[in-house]
Design a protein. Structure first.
Length: 421
């Protein structure tokens, strides 16, 4: 215990904090809801869970970054200063589903002590907006003492920092969790709800549950891979980049902006992330190309479209069938895919194609996944929007991807899962 204390003290002493110019963030109660105020000015969160592309976020009218763990803080706060963004500083609390025992006081205490130096270092940072105490701790959990640990962090934060609110983000929200957090975590100021297909009901449910404090969307975006239609062999069918963009526009305008108890939202995911596919939650492609959804967010945040917009991929078919028509192919046979796309700026478009194995590395809760390998197929013809190929000789599940790029590197995407028998 003595050695642990010395280690924590050395970390704290080696990393100086910020003593001048810290931000002051307040929650104001109105006649109809709540508002956030930063340094005396009203602030509505136009945020993103971010990995990269800070410059595009700022240029698009975004004003805040959400992080999930302290290992990201150094880079994120540096970028926040550079681009005049505010940070929701996430403290990653271990989850029961991954083996953490919140009934073990020694383990819980070690976790608490581990993060105190980071809180003390960044509490006066001029770009700090709020503290995110844990993420999706209710995901596959049974031990409700986890909320006592959340309260301990939130209470400590308020003891050492009187200028920034605390937030807990949940995997969606049910009545039981709303009541537990409200009763066991009085030092939590804001509820963050991670919601995808369930976003339209969040405001009404919280009102019905008796939640009296403000809330934010801690994550929102395209429907989750567990919330969509599946093939007959149980693989999820992904929306195209156009379908996602239309969804983002509708969800934000109808189910985020109108609710006066909502302080704003963090879209997921401002970067590229392999989760079921490399494109499912990614607002940018692996090569950095921005998609149509980024243009929609620019429009929503700036009330105008960006100077140059991403291509719009209207449809993709395989042998005349779309992704919902259970494409079952024979091994070693020839097939044709066609894609149709247009560009709002009349830029010339370039199509690229690939076939990957269905992901064998499927995780839950956003845990890191490996990108699946390329399928053993043969390209017979690739001409503009047409792709002819011979299927792999190995039976199994695959996905055909098409990517469309304009002249400056903006992109669009779609994919079709298929089964080789």
């Amino acid at each position: 215990m003595k050695n642990s204390f010395i280690l924590l003290l050395s970390i704290f002493l080696a990393v100086p904090g910020y003593s001048d110019g810290g931000s002051k963030v307040e929650i104001l109660k109105t006649d109809t809801g709540h508002q956030l105020q930063v340094n005396g000015e009203l602030f509505y969160i136009k945020g993103a869970g971010i990995e990269d592309h800070y410059d595009v976020l700022a240029a698009s009218g975004g004003n805040s970054i959400r992080t999930w763990g302290v290992d990201e803080w150094e880079e994120v706060f540096e970028m926040a200063e550079q681009y005049n963004l505010y940070v929701c500083a996430g403290i990653w609390l271990e989850q029961e589903r991954q083996g953490f025992d919140y009934s073990d006081p020694d383990t819980v205490r070690q976790q608490f002590e581990k993060y105190k130096p980071y809180i003390l270092k960044y509490k006066d940072h001029p770009n700090l907006l709020m503290w995110g105490v844990g993420n999706e701790l209710n995901f596959f959990y049974t031990n409700t003492t986890v909320w006592n640990a959340v309260e301990e962090f939130a209470r400590y934060i308020h003891e050492v920092d009187g200028n920034h609110p605390t937030m807990i983000a949940t995997a969606f929200i049910e009545r039981r969790e709303a009541e537990l957090i409200q009763n066991q975590c009085p030092s939590i100021d804001i509820l963050g709800v991670n919601a995808y297909a369930g976003l339209p009901v969040v405001a009404d449910w919280l009102n019905d549950f008796g939640w009296t404090k403000p809330y934010i969307l801690g994550e929102w975006g395209t429907f989750g891979h567990w919330e969509v239609s599946e093939t007959s062999w149980n693989e999820p069918i992904e929306f195209t980049s156009k379908e996602k963009a239309e969804l983002y526009l509708n969800e934000y305008q109808k189910h985020i902006l109108p609710h006066e108890n909502c302080l704003g939202a963090y879209v997921f995911f401002w970067g590229s992330k392999q989760e079921r596919t490399s494109t499912w939650y990614s607002l940018f492609l692996e090569n950095g190309a921005k998609t149509q959804a980024v243009d929609v967010l620019h429009y929503l945040w700036q009330n105008e479209w960006p100077e140059n917009r991403a291509p719009v991929l209207d449809s993709l078919i395989l042998d005349g069938n779309n992704a919902h028509q259970n494409n079952i192919l024979s091994a070693g046979t020839v097939h044709e895919a066609l894609a149709w796309a247009n560009d709002p700026d009349d830029d010339e478009l370039n199509f690229t194609w690939e076939i990957l194995h269905e992901s064998p590395d499927k995780k839950d809760g956003g845990d890191e996944e490996e990108k699946p390998p390329k399928g053993d197929y043969k390209t017979l013809m690739e001409q503009s929007n047409s792709f002819t190929f011979k299927t792999p000789n190995t039976k199994g599940t695959y996905r055909l991807f098409v990517f469309v790029y304009d002249e400056i590197g903006n992109g669009a995407h779609a994919n079709i899962p298929f089964l080789v028998e």
